[in-house]
Design a protein around this ligand. Sequence first.
Ligand SMILES: Nc1nc2c(ncn2[C@@H]2O[C@H](COP(=O)(O)OP(=O)(O)OP(=O)(O)O)[C@@H](O)[C@H]2O)c(=O)[nH]1
Ligand SMILES: [Mg+2]
Length: 233
Amino acid sequence: MKKKITITLLLPTYNEVDGFKEIFPSIDRKLFDDILVVDGGSSDGTVEYAFSQNIRVMSQIRKGLSEAVIDSIETINTDCVVEFSLDGNSIPEKLPELVKEMQKGYDLVVVSRYLPPAKSYDDNIVTAFGNFIFTRLIRLMGNYPITDSLVMYRGFNISIVKYPEFKKFLIGPVFEPLTSMVACNRKLKIFEIAGDEPDRIGGESKMRVFYNGGCIILAIVRTYIFKFFKIII
Ligand SMILES: Nc1nc2c(ncn2[C@@H]2O[C@H](COP(=O)(O)OP(=O)(O)OP(=O)(O)O)[C@@H](O)[C@H]2O)c(=O)[nH]1
Ligand SMILES: [Mg+2]
C-alpha cells in the first residue's frame, strides 16, 4: 500500500485574533496530522485563543514573516506543509481539495486567485499588477502554466525548502514566490486549484508592497542566473 503523505497546517499570525476566531472553527482539523501557529509577538489575544483551541504555538525566532515560516518548518516532522492565512484571505472550504491533491504526490499545490473562476477581493491595482508580472516571469522558468505565484494559501513538500538555492535566495518576504520559483525551475510536480481571496477580516495588513516587490525581483534574477549559468549567487 502507498504510504500516506503527512501534512502540517501552518498558521502564521501577528495580531490576527478577529480572523482566527471567525475562521478557525470552520477548519476540519482531521485533515491534518499536525497544526502549528507561528506567532510574531501578538498582543491582541491571538496566542491565548490558539492555546484555548489546543493548538501548538511557537514564537517566531527571527523578525519577518518569511523567516517565521522557514524557521518553523525546521520544527515540523511531516512530509508537507499547508500554509493558511487567518486574516480572512484564505477560504477554509478549499482545504479538503488542497489536501486531496497533496496526497496525490504533488510537490506544490497553490490555491490560485487568478485561475478562473476565482477572484481576489483583497487586491488593489498595484498588487494585482505586481502579481501579474511576477507570475508571468516565474511561469517562464518551467512548464506548468502557473497563474498565482504570490498567494500564501498553498501546500508544498518540505523538500522544496531544502534545495540549496532556496535558503540562499530567501532574503526578505519572498517565501511563497520562492517555492513557486524553485518548483518551476526544477520542473517539480505543480498543481493549481481556483479559490477566491476574500477581503481581510479585522486586524491590519503588514505587507509592504514596494519592499516585497523589490525582494521578489532580486529572487527572480538570482533564480534565472541559477537556471542559465548553474551558479548560486
Ligand atoms: N508570525 C508572523 N505572522 C505574520 C507576520 N506578518 C504577517 N503575519 C501573518 O501572516 C498572514 C498574512 O499577513 P498579511 O499582513 O495579511 O499579509 P498579506 O496577506 O500578504 O497582505 P494583505 O493584502 O494585507 O492581506 C496573516 O495571518 C498575518 O497575521 C509576521 O511578521 N510574523
Ligand atoms: Mg492577507
